[in-house]
Write a protein that binds this ligand. Sequence first.
Ligand code: G1P
Length: 299
Amino acid sequence: MTKRITKAVIPAAGLGTRFLPATKAMPKEMLPVVDKPAIQYVVEEAVNAGLTDVLMITGRNKNALENHFDRVAELEASLEAKGDTAKLKKVNESTELADMHYVRQGDPLGLGHAVHRANMHVGDEPFAVLLGDDIIDARDELLTRMLDEQVKRDASIVALLEVDPDSIHLYGAAAVELTDDPDVVRITGLVEKPAKEVAPSNYAVIGRYVLKPEVFEILANTAPGKGGEIQLTDALMTMAGDVDGTGGVYGVVFRGRRYDTGDKLDYIKAVVQLASDRDDLGPELRPWLIEYAAGLQKD
Ligand code: G1P
């Protein structure tokens, strides 16, 4: 009997130094993407895929994250007194989303180490990992497809995106073999942030994983890799070999809309794209953008 996967792990302990000084006293996950903190999009994605038990791996300076998913009695009372139900609804959205849990990472030893910190909570069942820097458009399917493939193949699954070879050094890169499904590849190798010249392909691992629990023991035995950090990519490379009989690793190729909020330029693009797509902002923003861009061309 296959049990339905219900747990999502969201590492959120990074220092967010790319966004200083904005992230001096505030976690980068709280930066607003239009009018919602980036982290809320990610939790919503998990919940939409049926993952209602969310564990965040946090660190110092991350209290705002817990507060964001908790009630805020004074604000609720004041909005209620004013009869402002629209705003009250917005305040309560994040509170009622999921069953939230938190554990601190402690030592900042890398993504693999952060995921290993979920072992106690997750126990012996497959689970999803969602990285906060990537926002997947809610209109495009990814996580549900990955969960289905996990069950079907009894393997670990990563999300892959074909990127420009010039940016493969920013990602885990996968060596792949085709399967009879055009959206699914078998992973034969993985390298964390390779130089373009040595990258096995331009298939980049984007921040979504559905992992078998055996990953915990492998992570515990994974030596520090790139940047002196314990890399999830390296543990998955071990699993890809399937020497332990855990079914190997497959990639679901994502062809939908993804927004990167991890660095400044991409973050700005994400805000503009998402805002111009919205019914409340788009109709005014789009003509303004066109005019603004035309002005830029003249310069
Ligand atoms: C992490 C992973 C990398 C992956 C990327 C996706 O890197 O280590 O393999 O491709 O997320 O966003 P980070 O961007 O946290 O440095």
